[in-house]
Design a protein around this ligand. Structure first.
Ligand SMILES: [Zn+2]
Ligand SMILES: [Zn+2]
Length: 169
């Protein structure tokens, strides 16, 4: 049986408590997640499905989340979007864990924090458009993946060489 969340990623779990092995699938959408790094941006909505199960220590959740991520290659500055899919676990115990996640007073759990944490851990800090991206030429700015410029040690063949001579003289 599937149940829509009561708001964001907050789910009621009162019916699971003290029912060992009882579990339920839930789904919801996080509307308040935004992770911005230099070359990566992830914004809501983040779609989440999760399996909630009562274990002795509390509610064990196993979740799957998908989000759109805007990336920029740190080498050649190419931009693209892709769908990130992550999986994670979180135990909501009677006592909150070191991250502050635990069973709420109103017998609810909120998955938005664990989902955001897991997304943050999964994001690449330095995305690349491909593993062997050659980046931009530091001299002329050419995208070396498409247009190798052959170096600049000797620029006498360049059409700008004449201009350069003019400026130099
Ligand atoms: Zn690149
Ligand atoms: Zn160049």
């Amino acid at each position: 049986m599937s149940r829509v969340s009561t708001g964001g990623l907050v789910f009621e779990i009162a019916d699971l408590i003290d029912h060992p092995g009882k579990e339920r699938e839930v789904s919801g959408t996080a509307d308040d997640i935004r992770i911005e790094m230099e070359d990566v941006l992830v914004e809501s909505p983040v779609g989440v499905t999760a399996r909630l199960r009562w274990v002795i220590e509390g509610i064990l959740t196993r979740f799957h989340a998908e989000a759109r991520a805007s990336m920029r290659c740190t080498r050649c500055l190419l931009e693209w979007d892709e769908t990130l899919a992550i999986d994670g676990d979180q135990l909501f115990g009677v006592e909150p864990d070191e991250d502050g996640y635990g069973l709420g007073q109103g017998m609810t759990i909120d998955l938005s924090g664990p989902v955001r944490d897991e997304l943050g851990l999964t994001l690449p800090t330095a995305p690349r458009c491909r593993g062997d991206c050659r980046g931009l030429c530091p001299v002329c700015g050419n995208d070396l993946n498409r247009d190798p410029c052959g170096g600049h040690e000797d620029d006498s063949d360049s059409p700008f060489a004449v201009l350069k001579d003019l400026f130099d003289s």
